[in-house]
Design a protein around this ligand. Structure first.
Ligand code: BTN
Length: 330
């Protein structure tokens, strides 16, 4: 990676124009080197305006994710966590999937400013762009095996809703199993997604890699790349949130929820989860892995986090995986 890339981006992070000449002088390099760093940024999908006589600017101001600032936000508990921030990485989940078996510490949070190959659920891609998303993965080791972790991703959803409430995002809802949605102009829009990958034995010890992507401020360019309605936090609040402070809040809430989950299971969070349920009593259709489609009315979740649906023949069916969409009833 070009060594000047992030230093140049930090000059441009205020969203204002800066001349190539000034940037070159600042770092004591040639204007060609600055231009090379700008081209590298563009290759990473960062939108940079270049205007003759004015110089370069980012399309919006950017707060970089910063280890020190995250720790400041966590406060006295900061030493309980291992925090690592990358400038650029393919996927924070991939990083932890590789490092966890080699003994990477429990309670690690790995965040990145740019993620080039983010993974979503069901083999999808996860789009993110510099300053537009909060992108990180959390490693938590359980003394229980993977078989005892049903409902974990729903508990993580509850944790994120708690954190969102602390930054005045009271309107956030959960869509089973764990999407975070906002209802905006009568349309449910995705605010955040969770991808959990498990390692270890079914009944021995296990490690969960909890990948979280939260939309902060989506540009028009990014919205066109996302295959469903999406929204960012800054589009919902009056004052832009401080992403490092917010990540510190999320880490503390996650640790509390995961510790409770380890001792009490999902049942402890069931009522709270249902109170944020966007699908409760709605007509839904559920697409199962084998391609089968089930229609019915969503009835919340059971004590292991499985979705209960009243089907058209009036039977209650329970599902532990699948993709739900809200059906329009004529
Ligand atoms: C979803 O499909 O809704 C889940 C999206 C999860 C995306 C996050 S971004 C950080 C972490 N690293 C990845 O590659 N994916 C997750």
């Amino acid at each position: 990676m070009n060594n000047l890339l992030f230093p140049v981006l930090s000059i441009l992070s205020d969203g204002k124009f800066h001349s190539g000449e000034m940037i070159a002088k600042h770092f004591n390099v040639s204007r060609v080197s600055v231009w090379q760093a700008i081209s590298e940024a563009e290759k990473l999908g960062i939108e940079i305006f270049s205007v003759r006589g004015k110089g370069y600017s980012l399309s919006h101001s950017v707060q970089f994710i910063d280890e020190k600032k995250i720790k400041q936000s966590i406060g006295e508990m900061a030493s309980c966590f291992n925090i690592k921030v990358f400038d650029v990485i393919d996927s924070t989940n991939n990083f932890l999937m590789q490092e966890a078996p080699k003994g990477y510490p429990h309670a690690s949070c790995v965040a990145t400013n740019i993620q080039t190959n983010g993974k979503g659920r069901r083999g999808r891609q996860w789009q993110s762009s510099l300053g537009e998303n909060l992108t990180f993965s959390f490693l938590w080791r359980f003394t229980k095996g993977a078989a005892a972790l049903s409902g974990l991703s729903l508990a993580v959803g509850v944790s994120l809703i708690r954190s969102l409430k602390k930054v005045n995002m009271d309107q956030a809802l959960l869509k089973w199993p764990n999407d975070i949605l906002i209802k905006d102009d009568e349309v449910y829009k995705k605010l955040a997604g969770i991808l959990i990958e498990l390692q270890g034995d079914m009944d021995g010890q296990s490690a969960a890699i909890i990948g979280i992507g939260i939309n902060l401020e989506l540009s028009k360019n990014q919205i066109t790349k996302i295959d469903q309605p999406a929204i960012g936090i800054n589009q919902c609040v009056e004052e832009k949130i401080n992403s490092n402070e917010f990540l510190g809040i999320i880490i503390k809430d996650l640790a509390e929820v995961l510790a409770k989950f380890e001792s009490n299971g999902f049942e402890y969070f069931q009522d709270e989860w249902q109170s944020y349920d966007a699908l409760q009593d709605q007509a839904v259709s559920l697409n199962l892995r084998d391609g089968e489609n089930i229609s019915g009315r969503a009835k919340g979740v059971n004590n292991s986090g499985a979705l209960e649906v009243i089907t058209e023949d009036d039977g209650i069916k329970t599902f532990s995986s699948g993709e739900v969409t809200i059906r329009k009833v004529e």
